[in-house]
Design a protein around this ligand. Structure first.
Ligand SMILES: NC(=O)C1=CN([C@@H]2O[C@H](COP(=O)(O)OP(=O)(O)OC[C@H]3O[C@@H](n4cnc5c(N)ncnc54)[C@H](OP(=O)(O)O)[C@@H]3O)[C@@H](O)[C@H]2O)[C@H](O)CC1
Ligand SMILES: [K+]
Length: 475
C-alpha cells in the first residue's frame, strides 16, 4: 500500500494548536492531555529505572502534561516531585491536571534540580513565545539527565531556533506528528532521541490546516519506473557544462547521473582540449560542437551548470541555456556574490549555506521562511544543503531531509547531488519532487558505502542501489 503523504506532514506549533482545537470536537481535550501524559510516562518507564525525579511544570498545557506524568509515575511508585513555574489559568485543562496532583510541589530551585536523578521538562512546549527568563535558564542548566515533553523548553517548534537557551534532552516525546523544529538545526541537537506518539487525534483533522512542510521520505514523491519498451531518451538525457580548469566536479556530476539511471549523459567542455573528459568514462558522451549547435537538439532539455565553472564560464553558458528554455540545475560556480539575476529562470538551485548567503544575503533564525521566500522570488526550487537540507518550492512547499549523514561532508558531494537531481528531472519528475528524491537517494548512497569516510566518487558509485531502495521504500 502506498503511504499517505500526510504521514510525512510536519505541522507548525500554530497549526498544531488548530489541530488540537479541531480534535477536541470529537475527543475531549482532557482525554488528549491524559493520553499525552500516559504516552510520556510509558516512554520514561521504558527508558529509565525508578529514580528521584523532578517534573518542571510550566503554566500552560505543556505543564498540564507534566502534572499527568507526575501522577502516573507516582502511581508506579516513583519518587516524584513537581516544581511549579507559575500557576495554570483557573479553569484551564492544565489547571484541572494540576488539581489532580496531590503530592509534593516545590518552588523553583536550582539546588533541588541539581540533586534530581531525572528531570522532566514540561515548562514550555508549543506555546513558547519569547526568550526564557534567566532564572529558568539557571535551573535548566542544573539538570543532569532530562526528558522533554513535546520539545525542550527554549526550542522553537516551527524553526528549530533557540530562545536564549534550551537544555539538551536525552529523550523528547512529542505527539501526533513531529514539528519542523525537531529536525532543524540548532534545535535538533537538543532533542535527543525523538519519539512520536499517537494520542488519539483523528487523522482527518490534518485537513483543517494547510500543511506546507514535510519530512523528506520516499512516498512523498514517486520515482519513475522503467518501462519494458524503454529507450535512452525516455530515461532522460543529462547534459553538463564541463569546466576548462576544474574538471573533477563535472565528471563527478556525470558519474552520479550515469549511476542513478540517466539514459544518456553528455559533457559539454568549455575548452578545446577534451581529453580529460573523453578519458573519464566510456559511457560519457562528449560534445565537440559549440553550445548553440548543441542546443538545437531538443532532446537535451536538462542541464547541470556550475560545478567546476569559473565566473566567466558561468556567464558565457548559463544565460544561453536559460534563453533556450532549458531546465537547469544550478550549483557551485553559478552562485556569484550578489548576482541573483543570473539565476532567474533556473529550475533548481542547490547552494550550501555559504553560497546561499553570498547570493541572497544573511539568513536569520527562520531559515525555512528565507528559503521559501527565495524560491518564490526566483520562481525555482531551492535546495539549501546541509545536515538538515531544506527543499523549498516556489509554491511554498518545503521538505526537510533527515536521510543524511556526516559521510556526505566531503568535497564533491554536492557535484554528485546535482547529477542525481538532474537525472530525475530528465526522467520527467517535477522539479520539487526531483530535488527531494535526489536529496534522499544521495543520502542513501552514502549510507550504502562500506565505511564511514567515503569519497564523493564512492558515493556516486552507490547511486543505482540507493535508487532501488528508494523505490522499495515508497510502498
Ligand atoms: N499536541 C497535542 O496534541 C497536544 C498537546 N498538548 C500539550 O500542550 C502544549 C501546548 O500548550 P500551550 O498551553 O499552548 O503552550 P505552553 O504550555 O508551551 O506554554 C504557554 C504558556 O507559556 C507562557 N510563555 C510562553 N513563552 C514564555 C516564556 N519565554 N517565558 C515565560 N512564559 C512564557 C505563555 O504565556 P503568555 O503570557 O505568552 O500567554 C503561556 O502561558 C504542547 O506543547 C503539548 O505539550 C496537550 O496536552 C495535549 C494535546
Ligand atoms: K517542554
Amino acid at each position: 500500500m502506498m503511504q499517505d503523504r500526510m504521514t510525512f506532514a510536519l505541522p507548525t506549533p500554530k497549526q498544531m494548536e488548530k489541530i488540537d482545537q479541531e480534535a477536541a470536537k470529537t475527543i475531549a481535550a482532557s482525554q488528549l492531555m491524559e493520553n499525552a501524559g500516559w504516552c510520556v510516562t510509558r516512554e520514561i518507564l521504558r527508558h529509565y529505572s525508578p529514580c528521584r525525579t523532578i517534573i518542571l511544570c510550566g503554566p500552560g498545557n505543556n505543564g498540564g502534561d507534566g502534572y499527568v506524568v507526575a501522577r502516573l509515575l507516582a502511581k508506579e511508585g516513583w519518587p516524584v516531585t513537581v516544581m511549579a513555574f507559575g500557576s495554570p489559568k483557573a479553569g484551564s485543562q492544565a489547571d484541572s491536571a494540576a488539581m489532580q496532583w496531590m503530592e509534593k510541589t516545590i518552588s523553583p530551585s536550582e539546588n533541588d534540580v541539581a540533586q534530581a536523578e531525572l528531570v522532566i521538562d514540561a515548562i514550555f512546549g508549543a506555546g513558547l513565545k519569547r526568550d526564557l527568563d534567566p532564572s529558568i535558564v539557571a535551573i535548566l542548566k542544573k539538570a543532569k539527565r532530562l526528558v522533554a515533553i513535546d520539545i525542550p523548553s527554549g526550542v522553537d517548534g516551527a524553526t528549530g531556533a533557540i530562545y536564549g537557551y534550551a537544555p539538551h534532552a536525552e529523550l523528547t516525546v512529542t505527539f501526533f506528528r513531529a514539528k519542523p523544529g525537531h529536525y532543524l538545526f540548532p534545535g535538533k541537537v537538543h532533542i535527543g532521541k525523538l519519539v512520536i506518539k499517537d494520542i488519539g487525534i483523528p487523522l482527518r483533522v490534518l485537513d483543517c490546516v494547510p500543511i506546507s512542510t514535510w519530512l523528506n521520505e520516499p512516498g512523498l514523491w514517486h520515482l519513475p519506473v522503467s518501462a519494458v519498451d524503454d529507450y535512452k531518451y525516455r530515461r532522460g538525457v543529462v547534459s553538463i557544462i564541463g569546466g576548462a580548469k576544474v574538471t573533477g566536479a563535472a565528471r563527478l556530476s556525470a558519474l552520479s547521473a550515469l549511476n542513478s539511471g540517466a539514459g544518456l549523459v553528455c559533457i559539454f567542455p568549455t575548452r578545446q582540449d577534451t581529453t580529460i573528459y573523453s578519458l573519464s568514462s566510456p559511457c560519457l558522451m562528449i560534445d565537440h560542437h559549440d553550445l548553440e549547435t548543441v542546443l538545437h537538439d531538443q532532446r537535451r532539455q536538462v542541464w547541470v551548470c556550475g560545478p567546476g565553472l569559473t565566473e566567466n564560464e558561468v556567464k558565457e553558458n548559463l544565460p544561453q541555456l536559460l534563453a533556450s528554455k532549458r531546465h537547469v540545475v544550478a550549483d557551485a560556480g553559478a552562485f556569484l556574490p550578489g548576482q541573483s539575476h543570473l539565476l532567474k529562470g533556473v529550475s533548481i538551485m542547490t547552494p550550501h549555506i555559504g553560497e546561499f548567503t553570498r547570493v541572497f544575503g544573511t539568513v536569520e533564525s527562520n531559515r525555512i521562511q528565507k528559503v521559501q521566500q527565495v524560491a518564490k522570488d526566483m520562481e525555482c526550487v531551492v535546495v539549501l544543503k546541509g545536515p538538515d537540507t531544506i527543499i523549498a518550492g516556489p509554491d511554498g512547499r518545503v521538505a526537510i531531509n533527515q536521510h543524511a549523514s556526516s559521510r556526505l561532508a566531503t568535497a564533491g558531494s554536492g557535484d554528485v547531488l546535482s547529477g542525481v537531481i538532474a537525472t530525475f528531472l530528465a526522467a520527467g519528475m517535477k522539479p520539487w519532487e526531483a530535488a527531494c528524491a535526489g536529496v534522499w537517494v544521495h543520502g542513501q548512497a552514502a549510507l550504502l558505502c562500506k565505511h564511514d569516510w567515503p569519497s564523493a566518487e564512492m558515493i556516486a558509485g552507490h547511486m543505482g542501489k540507493a535508487r532501488d531502495l528508494a523505490k522499495i521504500s515508497e510502498k
